[in-house]
Write a protein of this length. Sequence first.
Length: 244
Amino acid sequence: MSNYLALDPQQHAAVKVSEQQALVFAASQHLINTRVTEVAQLACDLPIFISKSPHGDWALSALTSVVPGQNLWIAEGRWQPTYLPMLLQTYPLYALPGSEQGQLQLGLMADPLSMTAGLSLFEDSHQPSLELQRRMKLVETDLQNEYLTFRFLQQLQQWHLIQHIELVLNKGTEEQRIQGLYTINEDRLAQLSAEQLKTLQQQGQLLPIHSMLLSLLQLNKLIQKHNSLPQFEQIKSIKLVLPK
């Protein structure tokens, strides 16, 4: 994040945080940033794709809607899937660029002026509150998982296991194509040697690979949720297309 705001006990003494803030943020995210350590849990409800950040870096993302700026998995004031992504567990805190294990520097994702309800981040003495200490541990864990995700995506790229894919939505009178998504190249995966597969298994990367492939089945559930809402145009079918 280029426009980060470093957390400061003097400047942000009155800041408070709550789970509701994360839900408000997530409600406008049709892609939720995901770590490799979360893929198996999220794949039970959501399709998981590989995408590129605005800076061109690979990232893992859970697709929550085919409509930009909408999240179909927040309803009745809560997150519907069984697993809550780490991004929403730590929001609005994150590790600033340059943070390392044991040398965590915290930043805020949101406007501090809007964070006036919930639990305080600092005590009256400007020392970290219990809530801030709890969230700091989560951010530290997420920082480690971010590195594991980087290694995972680096391995996929090295072995040519990343494949561009398009979602083609049939709306009856027209088709809508969703681009910019990537998945696992199944043909290339099947060509890996026994030694390469063993390496993936030993590194804990084989499970998320298979989970990502299985998660594509959740697209049907996503379309069902989409079609159950009257404000959206009905989608008759969805196809996965591998561009040539």
